[in-house]
Write a protein that binds this ligand. Structure first.
Ligand code: SF4
Length: 354
């Protein structure tokens, strides 16, 4: 099996979570409730935490949201990031309130306000995510590059990074987002070649839970397979909890972070000898709680089945109402279809223990 070579970045600490370097890619999301509604926001934060979210971002658009931050920071079970646009006073208030990181887009801020935010973050020892967005690239770069191209995004990032470095601030995380997947991909690839700082990857305005997953996979899959990315958010409209599952699925599919079994299956065809769809659904449900990076292959017949199944940790090749069970390339046993799920689940749990 091929393995991804991770691009090296300088580790940065976001509260209790370290990102970059050899640290696992951290999964992020963002709340959708009004931040000043502490009860509703905290309820969403706790649901995100239960789903596996590791860093959460809240929008801080006005002083009312700033005033809610101390209570949120105190109860939040993971690092809380303040998302700021335009208002340096909100950024400074969020830093004072104990946010673990500030996310700003310097393109939306006066230059001296950016410096004040950097100084305050530096004094508190917290990181700043410099977020460049295709919608707010400085006009001179738009003109120089003929639009918000990947190079324009990277040059904008370079400009802000240079300001921060001159100020002695290097606790930097970078993001360069576009809703154009190719622009997004190229901007991040160029940024990975140019900057030592951790990259937060995402596709902005991806869409609803169905299309947004596909669009994010298109925009981020290549990056992850190139070893690029230190934190990730799959931006989906709707309940943010869906973003967490989507992020872990993408990390699993690209082999970048596998926490739970990967269950793959053939698409089935007229040769199918067992009910693959039902078996996949039952095995998935039965192993929902299992935290082990196993690869399980369920194939409908003996044409491609044994080959695929042998390459997995556990595999089934079906045929004639029964299935052959393989374990890491070796044939274990023949099992009637009615016993396939329970046998496979038991073997998966045994393998996870070992
Ligand atoms: S493994 Fe067999 S049943 Fe599944 S798609 Fe291939 S040929 Fe069809």
């Amino acid at each position: 099996m091929e393995h991804v070579t991770r691009r090296e970045t300088t580790p940065v600490r976001i509260g209790a979570v370290a990102i970059g370097g050899t640290h696992p890619i951290a999964v992020q999301s963002m709340t959708t409730t009004p931040t000043e509604d502490v009860a509703a926001t905290m309820a969403q934060v706790l649901r995100l935490a239960a789903a596996g979210c590791e860093i959460v971002r809240v929008a801080v658009p006005h002083p009312k949201a700033v005033r809610a931050l101390p209570a949120l920071v105190a109860e939040c079970p993971m690092p809380l990031v303040a998302d700021i646009h335009f208002r340096a006073d909100c950024a400074l208030g969020a830093i004072e309130a104990g946010a673990a990181k500030i996310r700003i887009n310097p393109g939306n801020m006066e230059p001296d306000a950016f410096l004040r935010v950097l100084d305050a973050a530096g004094a508190r020892g917290i990181a700043v995510r410099i977020g460049v967005n295709s919608g707010s690239v400085p006009m001179d770069l738009i003109e120089a590059f003929g639009g918000p191209t990947p190079d324009a995004l990277v040059e904008a990032a370079a400009r802000y990074v240079a300001v921060a470095e001159r100020r002695g601030f290097t606790s930097i995380v970078l993001s360069l987002k576009s809703s154009d997947t190719l622009c997004n991909l190229r901007a991040y690839r160029r940024a990975a070649d140019r900057f030592p700082y951790p990259l937060h990857i995402g596709v902005t305005e991806a869409g609803d839970a169905d299309y947004g997953r596909i669009k994010s996979a298109a925009g981020l899959g290549g990056l992850l397979l190139d070893g690029i990315g230190d934190t990730i958010r799959i931006s989906l409209v709707g309940d943010p909890v869906k973003e967490i599952e989507a992020a872990y699925d993408l990390l699993k599919a690209t082999g970048r972070r596998i926490l739970t079994p990967e269950i793959v299956a053939c698409p089935t065809c007229a040769r199918r000898g067992i009910d693959v769809e039902a078996i996949v659904a039952e095995v998935k449900a039965a192993l929902k709680d299992l935290r082990a990076p196993l690869r399980i292959a369920i194939c409908g017949c003996v044409v491609n089945g044994p080959g695929e199944a042998r390459e997995a940790d556990l595999g089934i090749a079906g045929g004639g109402g029964e299935g052959v069970l393989f374990r890491r390339g070796k044939t274990l046993m023949k099992v009637p279809e009615s016993k396939l799920v329970e046998t496979l689940v038991a073997e998966a749990r045994k393998l996870a223990q070992e």
